[in-house]
Write a protein that binds this ligand. Structure first.
Ligand SMILES: Cc1cc2nc3c(=O)[nH]c(=O)nc-3n(C[C@H](O)[C@H](O)[C@H](O)COP(=O)(O)OP(=O)(O)OC[C@H]3O[C@@H](n4cnc5c(N)ncnc54)[C@H](O)[C@@H]3O)c2cc1C
Length: 316
C-alpha cells in the first residue's frame, strides 16, 4: 500500500522508522534484533537506507596500498523483500542517484516492481568520502529531481530507450526536505524552490532531515504550504544517545540543537546521562508534533532500536 493511502486512512499519527543495512557479511537476524522490539507499535512501513560504494585502501603483500571500491552495506533490495515477507509490512527502499547510471536505476526499479514494492524514497545521495562535492555518475541522475522524473516516467509506462509505452509501474515517490536547509543550498528559500520542483515532478510525500527544534519544522511546513506544496510532510527524529552524538550530529547532519536542549546536554558527564536527556527531549518533540497532527513520526534508528522503543512506549 502507498504511504499516502496509509496517511489518508489513518485518524492518528503513524509510527515509522528506518533501518540501515548491516555491514557486509552479517545476517538477517542482525537486522531483526533491532526491528523486533519496535513491531508492537505497528509501523505500517519500514524504510531501508541505501549506501553507495566507498574507496578503501588495501595493504598488498609488497607493502604498497591498493585503492579498492567496496560496498560496505549492500543488500537494500533484498532486505526490503525479507521485511515484507517476515513482518508483512511495506518496505520503502531508498534509491540514490550516486553510483548508478540511469540504466542501472531502471533495472533496480524493475526488480522493485516485481517484488511488489509500492513506495520509494528518491534521493541524490551524498558525495563519496574522499570527494569534496557530489559528482554525478556518468550517465546517471544529477539531482533527486532527475531520479523522480525517471521514476515518474516509468509510472507512465515510459522506459529508457523504448519507443512504445510498456507496463507502467505505480510507485508512490517520497523525497527529502530540510527544515534547516540542505547544507549545499545558498539559502533556505532556494532549497525550498528545489523541493517544490521535486514535488511538481511527482513526489507525493516529504520526509524531513532529522531536527531537534520543532519550531523550525513548523516554520518549514508553513513555508511549504505558502508556496503551494500540499503533500504530506513527515518529520524525522533521531534521539541523541551518546556523548559522541553531541558533535557528530550537528557536523554530519547540519542541524542545530536549541539552547534549552544544549544546556541540558552540557550538564551530562556520561553516555547514560546523555541518553536520558536525549530520550526526554524526543518525547517532548513527539508530543508537540502529535498535538499539531503530523501524519507520521519517522525515527532514524541507525540500527539501534532501544532508545526509539523507550520513546514509542510513551507516545504510541
Ligand atoms: C529522509 C532522508 C533519507 C536519506 N537517506 C539516505 C540514504 O538512504 N542514502 C544516502 O546516501 N543518503 C541519504 N540521505 C542523505 C541525502 O542523500 C543527502 O542529504 C544529499 O546530500 C541530498 O539528497 P537530496 O535527495 O535531498 O538531494 P537534492 O534534492 O538533489 O538536493 C541536493 C542539493 O542540490 C540542490 N538542488 C536540488 N535540485 C536542484 C536543481 N534542479 N538545480 C539546482 N540545484 C538543485 C538542493 O537545494 C540541495 O542543496 C537521506 C536524507 C534524508 C533527509
Amino acid at each position: 500500500m502507498k504511504v499516502v493511502d496509509y496517511i489518508n486512512s489513518s485518524d492518528k499519527t503513524i509510527f515509522s522508522f528506518e533501518i540501515i543495512p548491516p555491514l557486509k557479511g552479517k545476517g538477517i537476524e542482525d537486522i531483526c534484533e533491532g526491528i523486533d522490539p519496535l513491531m508492537e507499535f505497528q509501523p505500517p512501513f519500514i524504510n531501508v537506507t541505501y549506501h553507495r560504494e566507498e574507496y578503501d585502501y588495501k595493504k598488498m603483500g609488497n607493502g604498497l596500498l591498493k585503492k579498492v571500491s567496496v560496498r560496505k552495506r549492500p543488500g537494500t533490495v533484498g532486505i526490503c523483500a525479507a521485511l515484507m515477507n517476515r513482518y508483512k509490512v511495506d518496505a520503502i527502499p531508498h534509491i540514490i542517484c550516486g553510483g548508478f547510471t540511469k540504466e542501472e536505476t531502471e533495472s533496480a526499479l524493475i526488480d522493485l516492481k516485481f517484488l511488489g514494492v509500492d513506495n520509494i524514497l528518491a534521493l541524490r545521495g551524498d558525495s563519496m568520502k574522499n570527494e569534496d562535492a557530489f559528482i554525478p555518475t556518468e550517465g546517471g541522475n544529477k539531482y533527486a529531481l532527475n531520479l523522480i522524473q525517471q521514476i515518474d516516467e516509468m509510472n507512465n509506462g515510459q522506459y529508457l530507450y523504448e519507443e512504445t509505452k510498456n507496463s507502467p509501474s505505480n510507485f508512490c515517490i517520497g523525497t527529502a526536505g530540510y527544515p534547516e536547509k540542505h547544507f549545499e543550498a545558498m539559502n533556505l528559500s532556494s532549497d525550498m524552490k528545489n523541493l517544490k520542483k521535486k514535488v511538481d515532478a511527482g513526489a507525493e510525500f516529504i520526509v524531513t532531515q532529522l531536527f531537534y527544534d520543532n519550531q523550525k519544522f513548523f516554520e518549514f511546513v508553513d513555508k511549504c504550504r505558502a508556496m503551494g506544496i500540499t503533500v504530506p510532510i513527515i518529520p524525522g527524529l533521531k534521539p541523541i544517545t551518546t556523548m559522541r552524538h553531541l558533535s557528530f550530529i550537528p557536523k554530519f547532519f547540519h542541524v542545530n540543537f536549541p539552547e534549552e536542549f544544549s544546556s541540558e546536554l552540557e550538564k551530562c558527564k556520561t553516555n547514560e546521562a546523555v541518553k536520558e536527556v536525549g530520550i526526554e527531549w524526543s518525547i517532548k518533540q513527539c508530543k508537540e508534533l502529535i498535538e499539531k497532527n503530523v501524519p507520521v513520526i519517522h525515527f532514524y534508528t541507525m540500527g539501534k532500536g532501544k532508545a526509539v522503543k523507550s520513546i514509542a512506549k510513551e507516545i504510541f
